[in-house]
Design a protein around this ligand. Structure first.
Ligand code: B12
Ligand code: SF4
Ligand code: SF4
Length: 405
């Protein structure tokens, strides 16, 4: 075998690179996207959804984004692809299926176990999808001699309305994108490109008179069909919200410790959904129904080790423990009281406060009072002291109402 480099003459005989345009470029990109594991590939124009220029500001003005200030920053770019990147001529939207094996709702009855949303029981899609989008973007750029920018989730891009305009599906009454062929267990990504590609036709709304997703929501997070108040959504409360979970939502959260799948799980279009086929998106068995007692023992290092590479790492250990303790409080299992009690001396007031709330739900008022005298009287954090007061008050044992003040 001759391993010497090609001569100048040999190089000059090489055929010039063929640049693809229009339908040829699109076909090549679509084929490559499918090879990479995307189940859905569609194209739209950057100006295909003019209504989001009004709807996003209205959603923000209503405060529906809660503490997600990053949704308000660069809202003009989010609502208009050409403001984000003036060079964009086409938007390619891609969907990757993460269909769960069983019905996620079944786990809600196993109250000593934690329910993690299906998308988070596996490798972080930001990594998986972004890697594939970069590969596809590089391919598109080389084949078409065009410029590209790839986005998944974190950039100021409104992926759902763009996907609907591209005909990948429609935004259901739960606001999530539903596909006629794949159901709603789909993760989205987008490529903005300077290539002029033929756009696809948008998909119509196929919700009809159905309102299953609206009716099942445990926290009434939909002020109207097609609109979500994130501040009431368990996904927001358990993932994005930083402080103590507001008391009005704690019981409704049940054993959901990271995200919520209820509105997705009931959608009848899931009859067409398949189990995730992409190998890197396979669900991890140890995240399917983890015992709350084990999770309540995680320190920072153990949390990181357990959830490295998954979306769960986003909350950090303290917020995650907060969620676990809410679930323990909802478990109805006095056997989990010890796990809650062990967290009364946690360095994080967020964790201590939720441990108090959980104990208030699991142990009898006399034992709670003893615990308060032994462990709560020295509490220095005002929010945790409020939790003690609340727990002792609602113990219903005739105890003084302001014992913790
Ligand atoms: C912020 C955010 C959240 C927030 C807010 C969700 C929301 N609905 O806005 C929270 C933390 C609650 C969240 C939760 C979830 N999320 Co999220 N999230 C996002 C993010 C980053 C931005 C979404 C956004 O732009 N919201 C702003 C609002 C204004 O936009 P909108 O929902 O499209 O609102 C439209 C409607 O309100 C409509 N509208 C308003 N008025 C009216 C009136 C009528 C008559 C009609 C027809 C329409 C209409 O117009 C608006 C604009 O199009 C996207 C990623 C991205 N960059 O796009 C992921 C994304 C939407 N999330 C995703 C997922 C998977 C989830 C969860 C399922 C996770 C879980 N299991 O816990 C839940 C689902 C909860 C739900 N029912 O939405 C996926 C959804 C994939 C899909 N198939 O659609 C995305 C696209 C991430 C991704 N890359 O795959 N998420
Ligand atoms: S994810 Fe859960 S809490 Fe959020 S809107 Fe859907 S059903 Fe309601
Ligand atoms: S559950 Fe019904 S209303 Fe909700 S998105 Fe699916 S089809 Fe539409």
């Amino acid at each position: 075998m001759n391993a010497s480099p090609p001569t100048q003459a040999a190089r000059s005989t090489k055929a010039p690179r063929k640049i693809l345009v229009g339908a040829d470029l699109r076909r090549a990109v679509e084929a490559r996207a499918r090879l990479l594991g995307f189940e859905a590939v569609r194209v739209t124009r950057p100006d295909a959804v003019p209504e989001i220029r009004d709807r996003l500001p209205a959603w923000l003005a209503d405060g529906h984004h809660g503490e997600m200030d990053w949704m308000a920053e660069r809202a003009d770019q989010r609502a208009d692809p050409a403001t984000l990147w003036p060079g964009v001529r086409s938007v390619i939207v891609l969907g990757m299926n993460y269909g769960p094996e069983g019905n996620p709702l079944a786990l809600l009855a196993r109250r000593e176990r934690g329910a993690i949303a299906a998308y988070a029981q596996r490798r972080d899609y930001h990594e998986v999808v972004k890697g594939k989008l970069k590969e596809l973007g590089g391919y598109l750029s080389a084949k078409g001699d065009v410029r590209v920018k790839v986005f998944v989730d974190t950039a100021p891009v409104m992926e759902k309305p763009l996907a609907a305009a591209a005909g990948l599906g429609w935004q259901g009454k739960h606001t999530v994108l539903v596909s006629r062929d794949l159901g709603n267990w789909l993760l989205l990504g987008a490529i903005y490109t300077s290539a002029a590609l033929e756009p696809d036709a948008p998909e119509g709304d196929h919700c009809g008179s159905c309102r299953r997703c609206l009716d099942i929501c445990p926290t009434n997070a939909f002020p109207a069909p097609y609109q979500l108040d994130a501040r009431r959504c368990i996904s927001y409360l358990t993932i994005e919200h930083a402080g103590p979970i507001p008391t009005e939502f704690r019981a409704a959260i049940g054993n959901r410790i990271f995200g919520c799948d209820d509105c997705l799980a009931v959608c009848p279009w899931n009859k067409f959904a398949a189990v995730a086929a992409e190998g890197r998106m396979a669900a991890r068995a140890d995240l399917a129904a983890p015992p709350l007692a084990d999770l309540a023992r995680l320190d920072d290092a153990a949390f990181r080790a357990r959830f490295a590479g998954t979306p769960v790492k986003r909350t950090g250990r303290d917020r995650f423990l907060r969620n676990v303790l809410v679930a323990i409080g909802n478990s109805g299992a006095p056997s989990l009281a010890d796990a809650a009690e062990a967290n009364l001396s946690d360095p994080s007031p967020l964790v201590r406060g939720m441990a108090v709330w959980a104990l208030g739900r699991l142990i009898d008022p006399a034992r709670l009072r003893d615990l308060f005298n032994a462990r709560g009287l020295g509490e220095t954090d005002g929010v945790v002291r409020d939790e003690w007061r609340l727990a002792l008050d609602s113990g219903g044992s005739g105890m003084p109402g302001h014992a913790a003040s």
